[in-house]
Design a protein around this ligand. Structure first.
Ligand SMILES: C[S@@+](CC[C@H](N)C(=O)[O-])C[C@H]1O[C@@H](n2cnc3c(N)ncnc32)[C@H](O)[C@@H]1O
Length: 199
């Protein structure tokens, strides 16, 4: 496929550098996440990569998976993990309190597309990151956003979507350039990416 790099050996983690790069460029205090896991929920709780985070709200439809994430988060009081029947149906009516929203839920493309559409319908104030954005249903589901940009440094790719002026041109350029410049770092090397992107 044109413009798509070879698939990462750790495809579940290619959003990690992009999320760290965003946090290096803007204060991220409140995070809303759809689809929990080691590479996102625990990353948001990492005080090196995300020093300003005061609350992570995460929606998860797999109770066993949720319990595993809770176990790994330990006694972390900033995490609110909601176990729900359907992630897209659980998207809150108001999402304006969040500085960053990650959409990475479900084992089904159809369900995640519905989550993306539901988030777009709320017109969030913050920036929305969507993992696996090279999959055609996701840009399509994100078509209601004012702007969509794709970070193509890794495959799976990451879409960034927003309304109004939530992300400016300079910030976007820096995120793209710094992630690309360090793309030889393993995507799972949180400490390495934090050192590279927060200096
Ligand atoms: C792509 S995963 C979410 C990953 C998470 N956002 C992260 O970055 O770590 C999407 C969903 O797959 C389900 N799932 C079940 N088993 C899983 C596994 N072994 N690894 C990752 N996700 C799993 C969970 O319901 C999870 O929310």
């Amino acid at each position: 496929m044109k413009g798509v790099r070879p698939r990462s050996e750790t495809p579940f983690a290619t959003h990690v550098p992009v999320l760290i790069a965003l946090a290096a460029r803007r204060p991220i205090r409140r995070v809303l996440e759809f689809g929990s896991g080691d590479f996102s929920t625990l990353l948001f709780l990492d005080r090196g990569a995300f020093p300003d985070v005061t609350e992570v709200t995460s929606y998860e439809d797999d109770p066993e998976w949720a319990q595993r994430v809770l176990d790994r988060a330990g006694d972390e009081t900033r995490l609110r993990l909601e176990i729900v029947d359907s992630v897209p149906a659980a998207v809150p009516d108001v999402v304006d309190d969040y500085d960053l929203i990650l959409v990475d839920d479900s084992v089904s493309t159809e369900l995640r597309s519905r989550t993306i559409s539901a988030v777009a319908e709320r017109r969030p104030r913050g920036v929305v990151a969507v993992h696996d954005f090279e999959l055609p249903p996701y840009p399509s589901a994100a078509s209601a956003f004012d702007r969509v940009e794709i970070i193509r440094s890794f495959n799976p790719q990451v879409g960034l979507a927003w309304f109004g002026d939530a992300v400016d041109r300079g910030e976007l350029a820096r995120v793209k350039a710094t992630v690309e410049a360090h793309r030889r770092l393993p995507v799972t090397d949180v400490a390495g990416w934090t050192r590279a992107l927060r200096t």
